[in-house]
Design a protein around this ligand. Structure first.
Ligand code: ARG
Length: 615
């Protein structure tokens, strides 16, 4: 194979690149350019760049030499082995102010050391232009995040709390990445249970107009009582079944009663959302009801639907049960609604990425209806060509795209499903109240009630308490079960929100104590990364954008938590060795403190945690 002679213009082009925030991508661009020169024509390789592990030479590593060698060896190449390929990759790297040195180690690892001067300049620029200039760019403009989504009149349980916390973070990361996000609360507000609820309501409150939340008291108990009656009283059961028909037929009295029940639940849910500062837009199951018949009709006309034991179903490759889309009584179900919502979101709302946040227990449901959207139904009776819904591309990584973001269970200290002492239902509001009370107690123990105003105490207790609950959930890989433990999550040591919030507050207090006007410093002073701890901290700061992008693309909030914890560790390593106030490097180090605080705050923001500024 002959080597192509390429013009040097590739190199000059890359030399003046503007830092877009994603450091890894910038490094990739450089190696891309080098590989275009190094790799023989007609050979396609994907650039492999990774951040180097701590303690290794270099900041980023290009790992293409070995793979490339195995493709070209024995084919008349001038190279003698992978190290020589590595040397060529290194030599062909375009000149760039980003790069300090590039060298080859071992069997051909190409190690790139970033220029500390360039690093400093990039951080200085972020301090002036704001951290939004580091926002990732994603290949989508509009997304739906379907999260929280409790069921009307049923308990909003810890599973819904997890969905609310994880979904909110994902929505925040997407929003930061300039994606328009529809934060959807797909509440379960439609279904046969409303027949019995409405009849029970009529029975207990003949004057339905005046029913209020307080009159009903606890909607869950109300639900349980009506269910008992439904199971035990055949007359009531019949009435309830008729009520469903009247409700679905649009009878105004039944509609009104239904709306009342929904409203009471909504008020309950709102209390949790308000505490957590989570915004959601409700478009419940009932919203899609008017569209279902058409959507099922479309699938039917495409030959996807078959009769099976009186019901109408779609058989899917790889699943041993079919997806039921019309029940034997002619009614629609969870799956018909979700198929319709998918159709609506893709076609009416033009969403390019739809993300569903529920417990892993629902994974099969999602996989099945995603597959219907992805063309893979196979009716026995129809030919191949007809079996396409055609809503989604065949590949699950191509846009428009759907993803199920599953999560594990919340466990109690006994290792079993989380419950409270008194009842089998954990009231979310009580849980959040307890987190706040406990963090307030801890603050009072530290004497903060004497230092601060009651408002300050209350706000800090809230930020720390709710932040702790959120962070304890988000820091684990979402697929694993996690143990709910107040003592652990509210500890000020280890990887907890409390520790991180305090770390941030400490940085703020150093800046305050310096008595310097930080905005003025940003404009007049330089930031230097001369010492190893300063440089390590600076490098970590510059990795913020690539981390958010990774967390967002892979829908893994724990990646961002991990980053945040590392950041505070690097800061501690820096601060425990280097004096800030009163040192000759004071101005530069204050800027480094400020940059750390800015990035930490952005992390908190993306995790839905309110930062605190003093402790
Ligand atoms: N209401 C459901 C539940 O509580 C969750 C809905 C999730 N969203 C969806 N489009 N299916 O389990």
């Amino acid at each position: 194979l002959a080597f192509a002679t390429r013009s040097k213009s590739v190199a000059t082009m890359a030399a003046s690149q503007e830092f877009t925030g994603n450091l890894k991508r910038e490094v990739e661009k450089l190696f891309d350019a080098s590989l275009r020169i190094t790799v023989p024509d007609g050979t396609s390789v994907e650039t492999e760049v990774a951040a180097s592990l701590p303690g290794k030479p270099g900041d980023y590593q290009c790992n293409n030499a070995m793979g490339l060698w195995s493709i070209i060896k024995g084919k008349g190449t001038q190279f003698r082995g992978p190290p020589a390929v590595g040397q060529a990759i290194s030599k062909n790297l375009p000149a760039s102010e980003m790069v300090e040195t590039c060298s080859v180690a071992g069997p051909g690892f190409v190690n790139l050391v970033l220029s500390s001067k360039w690093m400093s300049k990039s951080i200085e620029k972020m301090l002036i232009d704001g951290i939004d200039t580091w926002a990732p760019t994603l290949p989508v403009k509009r997304a739906v995040v379907d999260f929280s989504s409790p069921n009307i009149a049923k308990e909003m349980h810890v599973g819904h709390l997890r969905s609310t916390i994880i979904g909110d973070t994902l929505a925040r990361m997407l929003e930061y990445s300039k994606v328009e996000v529809f934060r959807r609360n797909h509440v379960g507000d439609w279904g046969t249970q409303f027949g019995m609820l409405i009849e029970y309501l009529f029975e207990k409150f003949p004057d339905t107009e005046s029913v209020t939340e307080t009159a009903i008291g606890d909607l869950q108990t109300f639900y349980k009582k009506s269910k008992t009656k439904f199971d035990e009283d055949p007359d009531f059961k019949e009435k309830a079944q008729k009520a469903v028909v009247r409700l679905q037929g649009g009878d105004p009295i039944y509609r009104k009663a239904w709306a009342k029940i929904c409203e009471i639940s909504r008020t309950e849910f709102a209390k949790v959302y308000q505490r957590l500062k989570v915004e959601l837009e409700e478009k419940g199951e009932s919203f899609y009801n008017p569209y279902i018949a058409n959507v099922i009709g479309e699938l039917d006309s495409k030959g996807l639907i078959e009769e099976s034991e009186g019901a109408r179903v779609i058989f899917l490759e790889g699943f041993n049960i079919p997806l039921m889309v019309v029940k034997s009584d002619g009614g629609f179900n969870y799956a018909s609604t979700d198929l319709t919502a998918l159709w609506y979101r893709l076609n009416e709302e033009k969403a390019e990425w739809i993300v569903y946040v529920t417990d892993v227990g629902q994974q099969q449901h999602f996989n099945m209806f995603f597959k219907v959207g992805r063309n893979c139904g196979y009716p026995v009776t129809m030919n191949q060509a007809a079996r396409k819904a055609g809503w989604l591309p065949d590949s699950d990584k191509t846009y428009p795209r759907v993803d199920h973001v599953g999560f594990g269970l919340v466990l109690g200290d006994d290792g079993k499903r989380f419950r409270t002492r008194s009842s089998d239902v954990v009231r979310l509001v009580d849980l959040l109240d307890e987190a706040k009370t406990r963090s307030k107690t801890a603050l009072i123990e530290r004497g903060k009630d004497k230092e601060w105003t009651p408002e300050e105490l209350d706000q800090t207790a809230e930020a720390v308490g709710y932040g702790a609950v959120k962070y304890a959930d988000l820091k684990n890989n979402r697929l694993t079960n996690y143990t709910f433990n107040f003592d652990q999550m509210l500890s000020d040591k280890g990887n907890t929100a409390v520790y991180l919030l305090y770390a941030h507050a400490r940085i703020c207090s150093i800046i305050r104590k310096s008595g310097k006007d930080i905005d003025k410093l940003k404009k007049t002073e330089k930031l230097a990364l001369d010492h190893p701890e300063e440089r390590a901290l600076g490098l970590h700061l510059l990795r913020f954008a690539e981390t958010v992008e990774e967390a967002c693309s892979n829908l893994l909030p724990n990646v961002l938590c991990h980053y945040l914890y590392d950041l505070s560790e690097r800061y501690t390593s820096f601060y425990s060795i280097h004096q800030v106030i009163g040192s000759p490097e004071e101005a530069s180090r204050l800027l480094l403190c400020e940059a750390t605080a800015v990035v930490m705050r952005k992390c908190f923001h993306l995790l839905g945690i309110t930062p605190v500024y003093k402790i």
